[in-house]
Write a protein that binds this ligand. Structure first.
Ligand code: B16
Ligand code: MG
Length: 224
């Protein structure tokens, strides 16, 4: 790498967004879909169990639910439950449209683009691209890393490391927006700054209860 290329790389900053719970409220659809699956074995998903499912892959989520319900299944039944959950989830997101963007998201994306901040997505969801297209915001994202592109799901840092690589931005110059503890751990593991969205989260640099409260200057100063 030449000195100039190195300097450009060092100056670049990026925002990497989680999807569910940050950009749109699909977290509630995941919860409703899992609860329908859990109804098959008369199990109620508590709010703390639901919290632990956020940012976690579909497969790991089902493992956690079955573990909490103390249920063992065959591999065939396990795969069938995964398929069924996704079928229910797809029905729920079918009618999503740009109005389902959470307040403040579009403004933040516009501001980041205007200021030359690179924008990426780092989601555990295999449906991330479908949701972005329903929200009509795919064009903002220079790189999209989703659940189909990683071997290890959050809290492993892989999704964000690949995001930084895709954007050609140094890890420590990336700011991750996350609503889950698993996602925050993943961002920390990638040596990135963290803007937490929601309550009762730990290990962040700044926290807002929603993206609407986000202050661009305070966020960008995290990487100065
Ligand atoms: P899918 P994120 C995550 O998305 C969700 O938070 C999590 O609840 C879900 O299990 C996971 O995606 C997998 O989603 O079943 O659509 O592949 O928060 O990382 O954007
Ligand atoms: Mg999330």
């Amino acid at each position: 790498m030449t000195r100039l290329e190195n300097q450009i790389l060092q100056e670049k900053r990026a925002f990497i967004f989680d999807l569910d719970g940050v950009i749109c409220d699909t977290a509630k659809f995941h919860f409703m879909s899992w609860q329908k699956i859990a109804n098959h074995f008369n199990f109620q998903i508590s709010s703390s169990l639901n919290e632990s499912l956020k940012g976690v892959s579909r497969k790991n989520s089902l493992e956690k639910i079955l573990n909490a319900a103390q249920i063992k299944t065959s591999e065939k039944k396990f795969d069938e439950l995964l398929r069924k959950k996704n079928e229910i989830y797809l029905e729920k997101i079918d009618k999503m449209n740009p109005k389902d963007l959470l307040p403040g998201v579009k403004n933040l994306l516009l501001k980041a683009r205007e200021k030359g901040i690179k924008i990426g997505l780092g989601s555990a969801s295999k449906n991330a691209k479908l949701v972005l297209s329903k929200l009509d915001i795919e064009d903002f994202f220079e790189t999209i890393i989703d659940g189909t592109m990683v071997k290890n799901s959050k809290p492993d840092p892989e999704v964000f490391l690949k995001g930084a690589q895709g954007l050609s931005v140094q890890n420590e110059h990336c700011i991750v927006f996350e609503d889950s503890q698993a996602g925050i751990l993943a961002a920390r593991g990638a040596n990135m700054k963290v803007v937490a969205i929601g309550n009762e989260l730990k290990n962040y640099d700044i926290r807002y209860s929603s993206i609407e409260q986000a202050n661009f200057e305070n966020i960008i100063s995290l990487t100065k």
